[in-house]
Design a protein around this ligand. Structure first.
Ligand SMILES: [Cu+2]
Length: 166
């Protein structure tokens, strides 16, 4: 918690300086959050992030009060087993394109939930971008969205905005 607080303080000043120039270039679509049950200690959020600007942006952090920690995660294959791993540098959102956070791939991870994720609730999350600054969104909890509970399929296409379904 100490480390996170310090980091958040540093980010706040950096974000303030850049927020006026590019904040409208980032759009979040189709966000939803889930946990694997009412007693789950962790949850995750998924979404599509669009970048209409002409320079790449980077999702570098996420914050929320719904859990003790919020991390940017991905899945990797290790010895044939899909595991989650923190991504220190965050995710690149390419200029004129987008990046998908989805099950079995990149996601926002909530660790140490302070309350259960209830179907239909909305959780407040602040996404921190290198250029666009802080973007606050309300993410609906959708426990019924099916993608296969154990879907670790890596057949998605990275950075191809054309494949986004909206
Ligand atoms: Cu995770």
């Amino acid at each position: 918690m100490f480390k996170k607080t310090v980091f958040a303080g540093l980010m706040a000043s950096a974000v303030f300086a850049s927020a006026a120039t590019a904040e409208s270039n980032i759009e979040i679509h189709d966000a939803y959050a889930r946990a694997s049950g009412m007693s789950a200690v962790a949850g995750a959020a998924f979404m599509m992030i669009h970048n209409a600007g002409d320079q790449d942006d980077q999702l570098i952090d996420a914050r929320s009060d719904v859990s003790a920690r919020v991390e940017l995660h991905t899945h990797i294959m290790e010895d044939g087993i899909a595991k989650m791993r923190r991504v220190e540098g965050g995710f690149t959102i390419p200029a004129g394109g987008g990046h998908i956070l989805e099950r079995g791939a990149d996601h926002v991870m909530f660790m140490g939930l302070t309350q259960p994720f209830e179907q239909g609730a909305e959780i407040p999350v602040t996404l921190v971008f290198e250029h666009a600054g802080e973007i606050e969104i309300m993410i609906p909890v959708d426990l019924e969205r099916t993608a296969g509970e154990m879907n670790h399929d890596h057949d998605h296409d990275h950075g191809d905005a054309g494949s986004m379904n909206h």
